[in-house]
Design a protein around this ligand. Structure first.
Ligand code: BGC
Length: 754
């Protein structure tokens, strides 16, 4: 499948009319909000010169022709730029290309307003880091910040001002391909990670030439697409919306994110792109967001297909009224906004507001001082693939790799032993950088696992066999692989998905290893029943590994580990980095358990742990309720023993701080980093509360034989949630609390809030 240009049925837009109600949203909010900034005087004076057409121009974004995710509406980019009819471009990159186009905007338009260049810099620009789900598995906020700082440094050098990241959609459905771009299932973790990305991309000062605008996307609910099918319907109540799907977005607003992107999905009957409630009532009025909102690709037009607007003109009106400032690729604002204003159907103040917000980001970036400051060919040459960046990517790959299983200390590998290195991804340099890999090189630059292992073993101790392809039923390579396994001391199999099996428009109903890969493990297990088989996985989603869990002695989940991935993974395999990553998402036993996540609600007839199959309780006839690997799970080459926690008090008042600590002892032979997790459970609420909620975590380094005491301070702020009356509040009562190394535990301690 070619990621670049996907066929789409959207081109067959259903433009036939149907009568529809004019009240489109539960919200009556139609008013623009005032944004004040130090650039006000400059913006006022510029806007006083602008015609309505020119203001509308700022609200339009077109795509260059290279990397598109939908139909290209117009290839007349240069003409439109010269007319002042475009405010931003996406998919135009390289210092030269951006400089050339910027020149047209600056030198050949009446007012010389510079363009914004946006691009999907998702987990790196050239130096590609692990996919976002992998980065999330590191739980290392400093590392995520560093990686996005590096991405911004590379991207800004080629003329990019703006990345369409981070995606902060809570993702609890492994069928959904875009789970790979997310931080996983948990509200607290995803919120912290969203903030780290924003800080990394935007840095501390947007006017610096190496910081770029971030974009929180996709507002909102995209991760809850029914049945995990991309773009599909989303229906959710206020509890889930406010307590699960909104918080990571709110965290990015608090971190100062400059832009938001709409979601493709409808939310409770109203497409996100036309949804006043989420953009005006919540984002602007309640959260006081000062930046601007861009549609997702073609999303204004898609409101017609959704059956929410009778034609593109009505969709245009709905989007601007909803608080959407810029139109990515629908060519709708360009065609209809002026007419809508002239007919008195759209308030011109809405356009002034949108234009002002967009101009403000251009001022903040310093583009009015020097529109070419990002398009720097010299910097482009110097900064791309800096050795220091590649080294950082190697560390991130090691820190993202989750050791799911390690029976009988099968890992780490011994440098003196011979390894059979088997599998379609062992020498891969194309898939290893994963999906949405911007300008990452798939033709040789990335380091394969084979190269990483070579660094430790040299050539003579590696016996390579591909075994099979990622997809397809061909088993003709099995015998060579079996032969390799027979000649080696240990077997390392590198298996997984093709990079294009996750990401946008890549939903699966079957989340097992594709093709004949599981058959290959079976064949090798049979041929060498007593040899250690280590499974190294590359994939963009939680897989159903129930068979592999039985067949393999050890499993290392590396996601798609990026440009330096092979080195980072080998560092873990040989113990140079003692694995510390923990799952940011639950791995089910089978697809029938989906959606499955640790912070679920409790049923009125919960499963009885002492009699899981008890009749008339919430269980399955044919599967346990528990997942294969729980959220927060991840092994190390050492083991950590957690002492019981101590609480500063059993009862706290509303203005008190509860101090909670546990001592963690490294019991094994390796120094290591442990990710210590704090969970609570609010036992009774005006809305029922999840059975467990992560409320804190810390990555601590503990030397072998040593102990560390880890302390968390909890205040009522940490216990608040959107209660039955939708106020953000805390309710008195009993809470359970624990400090653990994964979400798989039973609470033993409680405290009371009085
Ligand atoms: C995706 C967005 C992306 C945009 C621009 C869309 O198809 O949903 O996440 O930013 O394309 O490439």
């Amino acid at each position: 499948m070619n990621r670049l240009i996907k066929p789409t049925i959207i081109t067959a837009l259903i433009l036939v009319g149907f009568s529809c109600n004019t009240t489109k949203s539960t919200s009556k909010n139609n008013h623009p909000t005032v944004v004040e900034s130090p650039f006000d005087a400059k913006i006022d004076s510029l806007m006083s010169l602008m015609t309505l057409k020119e203001k509308i121009g700022q609200t339009v974004m077109y795509s260059g022709d290279l990397t598109v995710t939908g139909p290209v509406v117009s290839n007349n980019n240069q003409k439109y730029v010269k007319e002042g009819a475009v405010g931003a471009m996406l998919n135009v990159f390289s210092a030269k290309a951006t400089r050339d186009l910027q020149k047209l905007a600056v030198e050949e338009t009446r007012l010389g307003i510079p363009l914004l260049f946006g691009y999907d810099v998702i987990h790196g620009y050239k130096t590609i880091f692990p996919i976002n789900l992998g980065l999330a598995a590191s739980w290392d906020l400093e590392d995520i910040k560093k990686g996005s700082r590096i991405a911004a440094q590379e991207a800004s050098a080629v003329g990019i001002h703006w990345t369409f990241a981070p995606m902060v959609d809570i993702s609890r459905d492994p069928r959904w391909g875009r789970i790979s771009e997310s931080a996983g299932e948990d509200v607290y973790l995803a919120s912290k990670i969203g903030k780290a990305y924003v800080q990394g991309f935007q840095g501390d000062d947007l006017s610096k030439h190496n910081t770029i605008l971030a974009c929180a996307k996709h507002f909102v609910g995209y991760g809850a697409a029914q049945a995990g099918r991309d773009y599909h319907t989303v229906n959710m109540g206020q509890d889930e919306l406010w307590n699960v799907y909104f918080p990571p977005f709110k965290a990015t607003v608090d971190a100062g994110v400059e832009t938001f992107m709409t979601a493709f999905n409808e939310l409770n009957g109203i497409p996100a792109t036309g949804n006043k409630y989420i953009f005006r009532d919540v984002l602007r009025d309640e959260w006081d967001f000062k930046g601007f909102v861009v549609t997702d690709y073609f999303a204004t037009n898609e409101m017609v297909v959704h059956g929410y607007a009778k034609d593109r003109k009505e969709a245009t009106k709905l989007a601007i009224e909803a608080g959407v400032d810029q139109d990515m690729m629908s060519n709708a604002n360009h065609l209809y906004l002026e007419e809508l204003v002239n007919e008195g159907k759209v308030d011109v103040e809405l356009i002034n507001d949108a234009c002002r917000r967009i101009l403000l980001t251009k001022y903040k970036l310093g583009l009015f001082d020097d529109p070419y400051r990002y398009s720097d060919e010299q910097r482009e040459k110097e900064v791309i693939y800096e050795p220091e960046f590649l080294e950082a990517a190697r560390k991130s790959a090691a820190m993202a790799s989750v050791l799911l299983k390690n029976d009988n200390k099968s890992l780490p590998l011994d440098k003196n032993q011979t390894i059979a290195l088997i599998g379609p991804l062992a020498k891969d340099k194309e898939n290893i950088i994963g999906n949405w890999a911007a300008e990452g090189d798939r033709n040789g630059k990335a380091i394969s696992v084979h190269q990483g292992v070579q660094e430790y073993l040299g050539d003579s101790k590696i016996i390579f066999a591909k075994g099979c392809e990622i997809e397809g039923k061909d088993e003709s390579g099995f015998s060579e692989a079996i032969n390799a396994a027979k000649r080696a001391d240990k077997v390392v199999m590198v298996l997984g998905e093709d990079y294009d099996m996750s990401g946008e428009a890549a939903s699966r109903t079957n989340i097992k290893l594709p093709g004949s890969q599981t058959q290959l493990i079976k064949a090798i297990r049979e041929a060498v029943p007593n040899k250690k088989i280590i499974l190294v996985l590359m994939n963009g989603r939680p897989l159903d590994l129930s068979e592999e869990d039985i067949l393999a002695d050890a499993i290392l989940e590396t996601w798609f580990p990026g440009t330096s991935g092979g080195y980072g993974v080998a560092d873990v395999l040989f113990g140079a980095y003692n694995p510390s990553a923990k799952l940011p998402v639950t791995f089910p036993r089978n697809v029938g358990q989906v959606p499955i996540y640790y912070n679920m609600k409790r049923a009125g007839r919960p499963m009885n742990p002492n009699n899981p199959k008890e009749d008339y309780t919430s269980n399955y006839l044919d599967s346990p309720n528990s997942p294969l690997y729980a959220f927060g799970h991840g092994l190390s080459y050492t083991t950590y023993q957690y002492s019981d926690i101590t609480l500063s008090s059993k009862t706290i008042g509303f203005s008190d701080t509860l101090s909670v600590s546990a001592t963690i002892t490294n019991m094994g032979d390796y120094d290591g980093h442990e990710i210590v997790q704090l969970y609570i459970h609010d036992k009774v609420g005006s809305l029922t509360r999840p059975v467990k909620e992560l409320k804190g975590f810390r990555k601590v380094f503990i030397k072998k034989g040593e102990s560390k005491t880890v302390n968390f301070d909890l205040t009522v702020e940490d216990l608040k949630y959107y209660t039955a009356d939708m106020s953000f509040n805390v309710e008195p009562g009993e809470f359970q609390i624990a400090i653990k190394g994964s979400s798989d535990f039973d609470f033993k301690h409680t405290f009371t809030l009085e």
